[in-house]
Write a protein of this length. Structure first.
Length: 197
């Protein structure tokens, strides 16, 4: 598996993280490729990923690093795993960047693609952290409706989205509606666990 790595050199933990990644990758059949500016942080030489068809991308830094990784992958269906090395709760900034990543993924992949829907959910999470639950509910419902349309009502990702929606309803003081939705999700999960459809 070919995995690209993007990172923010301003994070003091980056060198230790990349040393660990370089140690573990070969034991898991992973070939690492790096952006040029990370060369001095690796314990050994890691080739650049320019022109390499990657299977996945890891980003180490903050939300800006994740956004940069999404831009680098625009137009390619490459899963991105963002590892946040930051320690500050800058939710307004994170929300703005989440919206940017979501817009890029929706343009590049299509609004109903799984990676784009993950990004749409991250927008909802940011809104929730800011206490903007009515706005978060709108986004959670968009994700749930799209997942239901694309994956089906009983798909685990759709059920997780409905759980997000119920949590949001609970935060808004709609306890009865939230409880009903939680019950519906639980019933489907129990039926699936018992081998039913």
């Amino acid at each position: 598996m070919k995995v690209g790595v993007v990172g923010n050199p301003r994070y003091p933990d980056l060198k230790a993280v990349l040393e660990h990644v370089a140690l573990q990758a070969p034991t898991r059949g992973i070939d690492l490729y790096s952006e040029e500016r990370l060369g001095r942080f690796w314990p050994r030489e890691v080739p650049r990923f320019d022109g390499v068809e990657l299977d996945a991308l890891l980003t180490f830094g903050g939300d800006g690093t994740l956004l940069r990784g999404a831009r680098l992958c625009a137009g390619h269906e490459i899963p991105i795993l963002g590892v946040n090395l930051g320690r500050l709760g800058r939710w307004e900034e994170a929300l703005a960047e989440s919206r940017d990543v979501c817009a890029i993924r929706e343009r590049a992949l299509g609004a109903d693609r799984p990676d784009a829907l993950v990004s749409r959910r991250e927008v909802a999470v940011g809104l929730g952290w800011l206490g903007r639950w009515a706005d978060a509910l709108t986004e959670y419902r968009r994700v749930a409706a799209a997942r239901e349309r694309v994956l089906g009502a009983d798909h685990p990702d759709t059920l997780a989205s409905r759980n997000d929606e119920a949590h949001c309803l609970e935060q808004l003081g709609h306890g009865q509606e939230a409880a009903e939705l939680y019950r519906r999700v639980a019933a489907v999960r129990q039926r699936r666990a018992a081998g039913g459809r």
